[in-house]
Ligand binder design. Structure first.
Ligand SMILES: Nc1ncnc2c1ncn2[C@@H]1O[C@H](COP(=O)(O)OP(=O)(O)O)[C@@H](O)[C@H]1O
Ligand SMILES: [Mg+2]
Length: 245
């Protein structure tokens, strides 16, 4: 069933309640509207659409994804830029299909500029527009945040940080192994990733290392969780930055 108030606009968008939505946003709205119909036995009203749109945007803005991939994502959704590379698109389709369900631990590995952070940003957007929350953090920043919660004048407690990090539906930990993680950091990461996996949350770990060195650096408990329904996606092509797309 499609939304009654939606009319075709252009190949890259649809009008809903007078608002032009990209195809991605329209699909997210359709999924939400279908759920709404099941619950309330009627179509959503315009104010409920506006509320949905605002909440999704707030969730995504709060998730902390870096600005550059967010800008590209917006352009991609609007059809202003094209995603290069069939394998990147195939990775994206598989990642999109696997998140938001019973929880998966995924790893994206490969050289710099191959679109790993970009793909994880698209995943974050997808989760936020499906009604759940996401958090993006570079691994080093997360460790700094947790360690600074130990100080006497800390603004937040370790328990609060961990509750937020473990509770969110999607956690993206970028640039793993960029600085050599200490034993303490390695254990903390394993603890976070394993708890999240066991609670049915999605985690995307990103590293510029090869698959083998990633497996070595994250340790057995994390690779075990990846093996249980997750996957390692390899980005083995030249940097998009260098080819100037
Ligand atoms: N599929 C893609 N097609 C075209 N450009 C892309 C694609 N994925 C990413 N980019 C662009 O390439 C640049 C590098 O992507 P990024 O995700 O930061 O790489 P990585 O995290 O692997 O270092 C960004 O400016 C991004 O917008
Ligand atoms: Mg990156």
């Amino acid at each position: 069933m499609t939304t009654q108030n939606a009319t075709p606009a252009t190949p890259t968008g649809r009008i809903v309640f007078g608002c032009k939505l990209s195809v991605a946003k329209f699909e997210a709205w359709e999924a939400h509207a279908a759920q709404h119909r099941r619950q309330h036995d009627r179509d959503p009203y315009d104010y409920e659409f506006e509320q949905w749109l605002r909440r999704c945007k707030e969730r995504f803005d709060k998730a902390g994804f870096p600005e550059r991939p967010v800008i590209w994502l917006r352009q991609w959704h609007r059809g202003e830029v094209e995603a290069q590379n069939k394998t990147w698109l195939a990775h994206w389709e598989r990642v999109k299909a696997s998140i938001g369900g019973p929880g998966v631990t995924l790893a994206l590995t490969g050289g710099r500029g191959t679109g790993k952070t970009q793909l994880a940003t698209a995943a974050g957007w997808h989760i936020c527009y499906s009604g759940r929350g996401a958090i993006y953090s570079r691994a080093a920043m997360l460790f700094t945040r947790i360690k600074s919660s130990y100080g006497h004048d800390a603004k937040e407690t370790e328990a609060k940080v961990l509750k937020e990090i473990i509770g969110t539906q999607l956690l993206v930990l970028d640039e793993i192994g960029e600085t050599r993680e200490t034993d303490f950091e390695g254990k903390m990461m394993a603890n976070i990733v394993c708890q999240r996996h066991d609670y049915g949350r999605d985690t995307i770990l990103i590293s510029n290392q090869s698959d083998e060195s990633l497996a070595r650096s994250v340790g057995e408990s994390i690779t075990d969780r990846i093996a249980e329904g997750g996957a390692i996606y390899t980005f083995n092509w030249p940097s998009f930055r260098r080819v100037g797309v």
